[in-house]
Design a protein around this ligand. Structure first.
Ligand SMILES: CC(C)(COP(=O)(O)OP(=O)(O)OC[C@H]1O[C@@H](n2cnc3c(N)ncnc32)[C@H](O)[C@@H]1OP(=O)(O)O)[C@@H](O)C(=O)NCCC(=O)NCCS
Length: 166
C-alpha cells in the first residue's frame, strides 16, 4: 500500500499565485499545532502568492507544500512548509526540501536557511520539526527574540553542495 502511494507521489513547482495560496490554506488548516493562528495563516496565504512554491500531490490531491523566500543572490529561506498529518513520515518533506535545493543550486544559491521554534520552548510539536530539519543537514546557528517574548526563534542553516563543488 505504502509503495503504491509513494509511486503516485508527484512533486512539482506551483506557478499560479492563486493555486499557491489555496494549497497553503489547505495544508496549514490541517496543522493546528503548528499553525493555529488564523490571522498568521491568512498572512502566509497572501505571502506565498509571490514566492517560489513546491507542492506534493498523491492521486492529484495536495499532501504538502514548501514556499521559499530568496534572500539576495546567494541565500534562500524556507518561509513555510507542511505535510498533512496522515502523510507525514513518508519522505514527502524530505523530497520537498530536495526539490527546493535543486531550485536553489540551479540559481547559484548555496545557502538554505530556516527559522523555527527553539528548544528553549517546551513545544513537543516543534521538537519534531527541529528533528526533521536536523536530519536533512540543517545546523542550529543562533536563537533570537525576533518573534517576541516566549517565542524563541532558532535560525538553522544548510550549505548546499552542487556538482563540481569539492
Ligand atoms: C516537518 C514536516 C514538514 C516533515 O515532513 P515529513 O514528510 O513528515 O518528513 P519526512 O518523512 O521526509 O522525514 C524525513 C526525516 O526527518 C526526520 N523526522 C521527520 N519527522 C520526525 C519526527 N516526528 N520525529 C523525529 N524525526 C522526524 C526523520 O529523520 C525522517 O527520516 P526517517 O523517517 O527515515 O527516520 C512535517 O512533519 C510537518 O508538516 N510538520 C508540521 C509543520 C512544520 O513543522 N512545518 C515546518 C515549520 S514551518
Amino acid at each position: 500500500m505504502r509503495t503504491a502511494e509513494l509511486a503516485a507521489l508527484e512533486i512539482r513547482a506551483v506557478a499560479s499565485p492563486g493555486e499557491r495560496a489555496a494549497i497553503c490554506r489547505v495544508v496549514l488548516r490541517a496543522l493546528p499545532a503548528w499553525f493555529g493562528n488564523a490571522e498568521a495563516n491568512r498572512a502566509y496565504a497572501r505571502q506565498v502568492r509571490g514566492l517560489p512554491c513546491f507542492a506534493a500531490f498523491v492521486g492529484g490531491a495536495v499532501v504538502g507544500f514548501l514556499a521559499l523566500r530568496l534572500q539576495g543572490e546567494d541565500a534562500a529561506e524556507i518561509h513555510v512548509m507542511g505535510v498533512l498529518p496522515e502523510q507525514q513520515r513518508r519522505g514527502i518533506g524530505r523530497q520537498l526540501v530536495a526539490q527546493c535545493e535543486q531550485f536553489c543550486l540551479a540559481r547559484g544559491i548555496f545557502l538554505l536557511t530556516v527559522k523555527t521554534l527553539a528548544d528553549t520552548h517546551p513545544s513537543p510539536s516543534y521538537a519534531k520539526t527541529r528533528a526533521f530539519y536536523a536530519s536533512l543537514g540543517f545546523v542550529p546557528q543562533r536563537i533570537t527574540d525576533e518573534w517576541g517574548s516566549g517565542q524563541p526563534c532558532l535560525h538553522m542553516a544548510k550549505a548546499l553542495e552542487g556538482e563540481g563543488i569539492v
